[in-house]
Write a protein that binds this ligand. Structure first.
Ligand code: PEP
Ligand code: MN
Length: 347
């Protein structure tokens, strides 16, 4: 729209898009409003749209992911996580985030200890799985709702928003009730029904890259969430399958600058699941941040040998704290900043 377009003109264009069978998605920038017209290209009459009051130009977005593309929204999106019972944490633009905690929530005392450690170390969002996607059906599958309750209480008592995985459309309502951010796991990146379902909520979504997904596949999955009106998508590079077998997955550092060019959505790295081994985690976290990521999600455990899941890749609390110090240094170079828990405000 023209920078001087009135609210009525914007509304009129939105109505016309609906009339033609499309969906209008508004993106308000500093200077102008962009209206994304999503729908069948043939049904959306471009010359008619061009003729409407306040329309500066009509630009077809060639990328298959429309709302996720930089063409639709030029500035970096800043996603808000939390608010309400816990402070709000920002991810994207100049805001870097550290999400940390155990792989899975094993029991309450363990969660209380680890959450205090990660908070002291500088994390601002607490992770933990209540529903776990395990390769074997005989492995520990998570404590479900009970774990979500412990997780919520730990987050509230420490003033940290929480992030937990949802694996199935049938769990969305339950997980939404407790968590501040949904995690969509790598194995579910193309569970399109699940993506649509979390897209209907207004809770932010951490979207892990699939084990064998291209950046384009990943952005199309983000598009599923955005298409339902949920704008809070944070991408997470967590490593892909390659022929290399000395590590669990190959962290695709290149995907960070690539995704940052193609999309306005924030992107963080998960060095834990890529490495599979704690010795490699700090280097990957630092590399991810240096490549332009907006932060990390990392697994931490004070007694990794006793962990029910992913113990070998969990950082010890001391190492985590040291890593946070190094990440803050890298962040200054890439013009980003990690918030300190004390400076966050409730709203
Ligand atoms: C996890 O975060 O514990 C997890 C299972 O991650 P991913 O889906 O990336 O394997
Ligand atoms: Mn894990």
């Amino acid at each position: 729209m023209d920078p001087s377009a009135s609210a009525e003109a914007i509304e009129r264009v939105s109505q016309e898009i609906v009339r033609m069978g499309g969906q209008p998605h508004l993106s308000k920038g500093k200077f102008r409003t962009v209206i994304g017209a999503v729908g069948d290209e043939i049904a959306l009459d471009q010359s008619h749209l061009t003729s409407l009051d306040g329309v500066e130009k009509v630009v077809p977005i060639m990328k298959p992911y429309k709302l996720a593309s930089r063409e639709f929204h030029e500035d970096d999106t800043v996603v808000e996580v939390g608010g309400g019972s816990v402070p709000k944490v920002l991810i994207g633009g100049k805001h870097a985030v550290c999400i940390a905690g155990p792989c899975t929530i094993e029991n309450r005392p363990m969660l209380d200890i680890i959450s205090r450690h990660v908070r002291d170390g500088g994390a601002t969002i607490l992770r933990g799985g209540a529903f776990k996607p395990r390769t074997s059906p005989y492995s520990f599958q998570g404590h479900g709702e009970e774990a979500l309750k412990w997780h919520r209480e730990a987050g509230d008592s420490l003033g940290m928003p929480i992030c937990s995985e949802v694996m199935d459309t049938r769990q969305v309502e339950l997980v939404e009730r407790y968590t501040d951010m949904f995690q969509i796991g790598a194995r579910n990146m193309q569970n399109f029904d699940l993506l649509r379902e979390v897209g209907k909520t207004r809770k932010p979504v951490l979207l892990k890259r699939g084990l064998a997904a291209t950046v384009k596949d990943w952005l199309l999955s983000a598009e599923y969430v955005l298409s339902q009106g949920n704008r809070g998508v944070v991408l997470c590079e967590r490593g892909i399958k390659t022929f290399e077998d000395s590590i669990r997955y190959s962290l695709d550092i290149t995907s960070i600058p690539v995704a940052r060019q193609l999309t306005h959505l924030p992107i963080i790295v998960d060095p834990s699941h890529a490495a599979g081994k704690r010795d490699y985690v700090p280097a990957l976290a630092l590399a991810g941040l240096a490549a332009g990521a907006h932060g990390i999600i990392v697994e931490v455990h004070h007694r990794p040998a006793e962990a029910q899941c992913d113990g070998p890749q969990a950082l010890l609390p001391e190492t985590f704290k040291e890593l946070m110090g190094q990440l803050r240094l890298i962040a200054t170079v890439t013009k980003k900043e990690f918030a300190e828990i004390g400076e966050l405000a409730n709203s």
